[in-house]
Design a binder for this molecule. Structure first.
Ligand SMILES: Nc1ncnc2c1ncn2[C@@H]1O[C@H](COP(=O)(O)OP(=O)(O)OP(=O)(O)O)[C@@H](O)[C@H]1O
Ligand SMILES: [Mg+2]
Length: 234
């Protein structure tokens, strides 16, 4: 579904990613791990198209997308939930969800899709008419994920979705990722919570100083204390 080859990215003159290569197959949960500053966020931003200077290749569903604007990649079915959640102030939960449906002008379809997503996210179902920014951080993160999911993307990329969220909601969120996977959504997940992430992932790539230094099945990595200690402790 997604193939990244020889991806190099720069912030100004600073060469942050060096020859990143990774693949995400349809139906997989693939995890990207590594210490602070390893280049995880930059990798996701490069894949969705938010970096000015990149080279190499990013193919999504067989199409080269590097050099295409982010909205084109989004229209192809690639979704991205950034670390900062970008919940829109002054809008209710329902109105925020509608923003995920910009491509669907059909009002009936809109009502149906919001009902479907509310069923998957019971916490949001109870709060559809609440102003979104008055919800807890964890609930806002759920909303950011729901807003990306409502467009039915083929691949969703999530940047540290569990950050700053209380454990009970984190468990709920990871349960949701399992459900997304069982319903056929492909996931590329950046997580500091390595054990939890590897528990639901199929495979993982370890980044260090802007390069992929290791990749393995999630089960193999879970059992590899040396790699975890060397590259994953925060
Ligand atoms: N806007 C920017 N301008 C210049 N350098 C940046 C910018 N954003 C990130 N960097 C640098 O790029 C490198 C990779 O950062 P990135 O945010 O991708 O790391 P990360 O793995 O997501 O880290 P964290 O776990 O802290 O989120 C770091 O050295 C960082 O300082
Ligand atoms: Mg980051």
């Amino acid at each position: 579904m997604l193939r990244v080859e020889n991806l190099n990215s720069w912030y100004g003159a600073s060469h942050v990613l060096q020859d990143i290569g990774l693949e995400v197959n349809k139906g997989e949960i693939v995890c990207l791990i590594g210490r602070n500053g390893a280049g995880k966020t930059t990798t996701l931003k490069s894949i969705i198209g938010l970096l000015d200077k990149t080279s190499g290749s990013v193919t999504f569903k067989g199409k080269e997308v590097l050099g295409q604007p982010a909205h084109v990649r989004f229209a192809l079915g690639l979704a991205y939930v950034p670390e900062e959640r970008r919940i829109v102030q002054g809008l209710t939960v329902r109105e925020n969800l509608r923003l995920g449906l910009v491509a669907s002008p059909d009002k009936k379809d809109e009502v149906r899709r919001i009902a479907q997503i509310a069923e998957i996210f019971p916490r949001l179902a109870e709060r559809l008419d609440q102003e979104a920014v008055t919800m807890s951080g964890g609930e806002q993160q759920m909303l950011a994920i729901a807003r990306a999911m409502i467009a039915k993307p083929d691949l969703i990329m999530l940047d540290e979705p569990s950050e700053g969220i209380m454990p009970v909601l984190v468990d709920e969120m990871f349960e949701l990722f399992r459900r997304m996977k069982s319903e056929g959504t492909t996931v590329l997940l950046v997580e500091q919570n390595v054990e939890l992430a590897l528990d639901i992932a199929d495979r993982a790539y370890v980044l260090d100083q802007g390069s992929v230094v290791h990749h393995a099945t999630a089960a193999a990595l879970l059992a590899n204390d040396e790699i975890k200690e060397r590259y994953c402790s925060v």
